[in-house]
Ligand binder design. Structure first.
Ligand SMILES: [Fe+2]
Length: 273
């Protein structure tokens, strides 16, 4: 199973870099469309847009409509939960009747579980008690398959960058961590939000962060040729090894081969060192 993981496109319509952010997003989708073998799914781990506005989501939906693989989204702190629902509910994967955008995708060898850590008005994440109960129900609904969990806020200590903790409270992060570790079937946790590559552990579960797609907001040092080229992750699952993550640089010239580097989910990307 091949998962293309993108995050933090932060689309806007009226900032000086608005066109750049749109270009980064569209180029990334074009790059994913050209993958051979193709991605089975694309997961966007939030901050899809920057101000949560319907007109921003209309632009984002238009870009994602060009993706060849099915696209799954979850909200980040810059997103508006209600407007995410309006923009993407027609795709049919949001669980009905739940206040939060927490859901499972069942069609693949690895179950994909997306979690909603948005706390309106707060840049940090939250994970409520009722969400932990729902997550345990989602995990227990299928007893055999491995599970990959996607969140916006990383539920592990990110030791690069100024901020190590990305949840409002230790309790909310502990609730999520406990629910993730309980079954032993969660084999990876993939997040965004930090705008730079990072890797860590949640107990024995490997966890990683993908850089932001918006190159104007990306953290960390990149050589000049890469400064305007978005980076995303391709997570390939092998039943014997688990996930191996490739950090892929989007090519700006579709006739040129894209640069590729292989990284382990256990090692921080060289692009950030
Ligand atoms: Fe964020």
């Amino acid at each position: 199973m091949i998962i293309a993981h993108i995050s933090d496109t932060h689309l806007t319509l009226d900032t000086p870099d608005a066109k750049r952010r749109m270009h980064d997003f569209a180029s990334t989708i074009a790059d994913i469309n050209a993958l051979d073998p193709p991605a089975d799914v694309i997961v966007h781990t939030g901050d899809i847009v920057h101000n949560g506005r319907p007109d921003e989501y209309a632009q984002a939906a238009a870009v994602l409509a060009k993706a060849r693989a099915p696209v799954y989204v979850l909200p980040g702190n810059k997103d508006d939960r209600a407007n995410v629902r309006v923009a993407f509910s027609a795709r049919g994967y949001f669980a009905p009747g739940h206040a939060f955008i927490d859901y499972a995708i069942e069609y693949y060898p690895v179950r994909v579980i997306a979690l909603d850590t948005l706390s309106p008005g707060n840049g940090r994440g939250d994970f409520r008690r009722e969400q932990a109960e729902h997550l345990i129900e989602l995990i227990d609904a299928e007893p055999d398959k491995p599970i990959a969990v996607f969140t916006h806020h990383p539920p592990f200590e990110v030791t690069v960058g100024p901020d190590r903790f990305h949840f409002e409270t230790m309790d909310s992060r502990a609730r999520l961590r406990d629910a993730l570790q309980r079954s032993g079937r969660v084999v990876a946790v993939f997040s965004g939000h930090v705008h730079r590559a990072a890797a860590g552990q949640i107990g024995r579960i490997p966890a990683s962060v993908v850089p932001c797609i918006a190159t104007t907001l990306r953290k960390g040092e990149y050589p000049p040729p890469m400064k305007t080229r978005a980076v995303y992750h391709i997570h390939r699952f092998n039943p014997a090894w688990g996930f191996v993550t490739e950090s892929r640089v989007v090519t700006t010239d579709s006739s040129a081969p894209a640069e590729r580097r292989i990284v382990s989910t256990r090692a921080a990307s060289l692009a950030d060192s």
